[in-house]
Design a protein around this ligand. Structure first.
Ligand code: PEP
Ligand code: MG
Length: 612
């Protein structure tokens, strides 16, 4: 296997004459290494079903119905993008913030944009069918974007960026056209276990659908290291090479292939010698991972013996094996909305119980509304379409649950049933005042009484009922909330957004979204101290918990429990094991004296180098 320093080779070349298992000669392709590791598997070629747009006109009288067809297809496309957004939450924060702006751009184009207005005009004035109108308008918009650079002396970067934007317009139009014509979307359902996906190109939304537990690796003809697809593949931890020109046309289904995601090389029909070398590379990479994973069995304990609880956040069933491997002790946040989100109908109570079965689990009742749109609930007529002009400040989380007591009770019953099989805790999202907790507790106890009357097996003591501290209102009422709630889970994602009035998915505001802003840290400190005074358990389950750089600060603020993406647990554990509580407390005191995020970051950087 060539190492990362191997000299560049022509895009693809025949390297060795001796034949592999198929009798075909070995072929090597060089591309961009985007996600490290080596994969050996058989080729699963996946080509996008073509979207044929036939030029079709309509009778003038049909224009109204045709515009309605377009509206429905656009609404469907927006919902699909919302689902993809929801799935992003399994990725680390930096990956999410790379992909979210792209999905946001797609969604913007489906709003009152030139693309949509133009397509509507083509239906009304030119009497074109909706798919023809959408296709033609997208081509016109894309041509205008690229044409704006004509005759100007632009840098290669600027031209590349224009081409990217033009492609984004075409891409979103293709989605709408697929919805209009009901052409199938790309499916990865039949993927054989251990296969290597080889295709011409993969868009980020396709990458979001890949299952890293089934797929060994990915190689494509097109794409680069900085694109959103690359970010997704890295986040999923799959060895991947993009931009291996000519690869997909050289493959046959089932042929053996090696993907070296560290070196950027794809080897088709490897010779026995190459396969043996690749196996060694796989083993070496696994050993490296194991070194990391060895922390799995080590206690999460500071150098002066303070125990720190490290738990996993769980959103999708796909993450379950990752949790087991990570060394996390239980689930600190089960986001149940994702059980509902990718389904066409509301899962029945048994399905919910089954999904919740297992280790100690903190189950958050549905946090839907705002950005988290749940089609299944709307389709079942359980909730209306919510058309808030300002969804983040509208009906969301506990507010909606208290308006839908039937659904709330059903979820609580499912959780109580799961409690008969293992320890669980119930967590309420988006709390802003004590009345919400009191009402929720009344409902919770009523459900439990009803179940006892029906002789259902329930634990003697009801599972603890806790609250998310993710709004400034909750953080500043933490002393009162600590009297009502059994535990706190600090959600630093929303807490940062609401404190600083920044939507973190807005790329142009990204610089303002700062969890290290003193205002956010003061709220965390205030809430933590309020919980500790009343001896109520308190944890952090937002993305801050997953950042090992922040671990000493959070410990210094008094926190001893963190819940994060499973993949972050080993890193955070390593940090925990390298610091003392005394060092952390000193660091936190100095941090809390600072007046801005930049100074705090500088302090944290210098603390990383200093003895801890
Ligand atoms: C948070 O807001 O920090 C949190 C953990 O909840 P979610 O990310 O699901 O909104
Ligand atoms: Mg939240």
């Amino acid at each position: 296997m060539p190492g990362p320093t191997a000299p560049p080779a022509p895009q693809h070349q025949r390297m060795r004459r001796n034949s592999g298992a198929t009798g075909k000669p070995e072929q090597r392709f060089r591309g961009t290494p985007v996600s490290p590791g080596v994969a050996i598997g058989s080729v699963f070629g996946n080509h996008e079903p073509p979207t044929e747009v036939v030029h079709r006109t309509i009778a003038p009288a049909e224009a109204r119905a045709e515009r309605e067809r377009l509206r429905v297809a656009i609404a469907g496309s927006i919902k699909q993008l919302n689902k993809l957004r929801a799935r992003l939450s399994i990725l680390p924060e930096d990956s999410q913030s790379e992909i979210a702006p792209l999905l946001e751009a797609y969604q913007r184009m489906l709003g009152p944009s030139r693309l949509v207005r133009g397509a509507e005009r083509r239906i009304a004035q030119d009497h074109l069918a909706a798919e023809t109108a959408m296709h033609d308008e997208a081509e016109a918009v894309a041509a205008a974007i690229v044409g704006a650079g004509d005759g100007k002396s632009l840098s290669a970067d600027d031209r590349a960026s224009m081409a990217r934007r033009a492609e984004e317009v075409r891409e979103i139009a293709r989605r709408v056209v697929r919805n209009l014509t009901r052409a199938p979307f790309r499916s990865f359902a039949g993927l054989p276990e251990g296969a290597v996906l080889v295709c011409e190109w993969l868009r980020p939304s396709d990458a979001a659908l890949l299952d890293p537990t089934r797929l060994a690796g990915v190689a494509t003809d097109e794409g680069g290291g900085e694109g959103h697809t690359a970010v997704m593949l890295r986040a999923l931890g799959m060895p991947a090479v993009l931009g291996a020109d000519g690869l997909s046309h050289a493959i046959a289904e089932g042929e053996e292939v090696v993907v070296d995601g560290s070196a950027g090389v794809v080897i088709l029909n490897p010779t026995p010698q190459t396969t043996a070398e690749a196996r060694q590379a796989v083993a070496a990479f696994a050993r490296e991972r194991q070194r990391y994973a060895r922390t799995r069995r080590l206690p999460a304990e500071t150098t002066d013996g303070e125990k720190i609880e490290l738990q996993a956040n769980l959103g999708l069933p796909i993450e379950l094996p990752l949790i087991a491997q990570s060394g996390a002790r239980g689930v600190g946040l089960l986001r149940t909305e994702f059980l509902f989100m990718n389904r066409e109908e509301v899962p029945d109570e048994d399905t919910q119980v089954e999904a919740m079965d297992g280790d100690t689990v903190t189950i958050r009742v549905l946090d839907w509304g705002g950005e988290k749109d749940i089609e299944a609930l709307q389709a079942a007529g359980i909730v209306p379409e919510i058309a808030d002009t300002n969804p983040a400040l509208g009906a969301r989380g506990i507010r909606l649950l208290l308006r839908q007591p039937g659904l709330f009770e059903q979820q609580l019953a499912a959780i109580l049933r799961a409690a008969a099989d293992g320890p669980v805790r119930v967590l309420l999202p988006m709390i802003t005042n004590v009345a919400e907790v009191r009402t929720a507790r009344e409902i919770y106890e009523r459900v439990a009484r009803r179940m006892r009357r029906a002789h259902e097996r329930l634990p003697d003591r009801l599972p603890p009922l806790g609250v998310m501290i993710e709004t400034p209102g909750a953080a500043l009422s933490a002393d009162a909330l600590a009297l009502e709630a059994d535990f706190f889970a600090i959600g630093t994602n929303d807490l940062t957004a609401y404190t600083l009035a920044v939507d973190r998915s807005k790329a142009d505001l990204a610089g303002l979204y700062d969890p290290l802003h003193p205002a956010v840290l003061r709220l965390i400190q205030f809430a933590t101290e309020a919980a500790l005074r009343l001896r109520k358990p308190v944890s952090v389950c937002g993305e801050m918990a997953a950042n090992p750089r922040l671990t000493p600060l959070l410990i210094g603020l008094g926190l001893r429990s963190f819940s994060m993406n499973a993949s972050a647990v080993p890193r955070v554990k390593q940090r925990v094991r390298a610091v003392s509580v005394e060092h952390c407390a000193r660091l936190a005191r100095r941090v809390m004296e600072q007046s801005d995020g930049a100074a705090i970051r500088a302090l944290l950087d210098s603390a990383e180098d200093a003895p801890a």
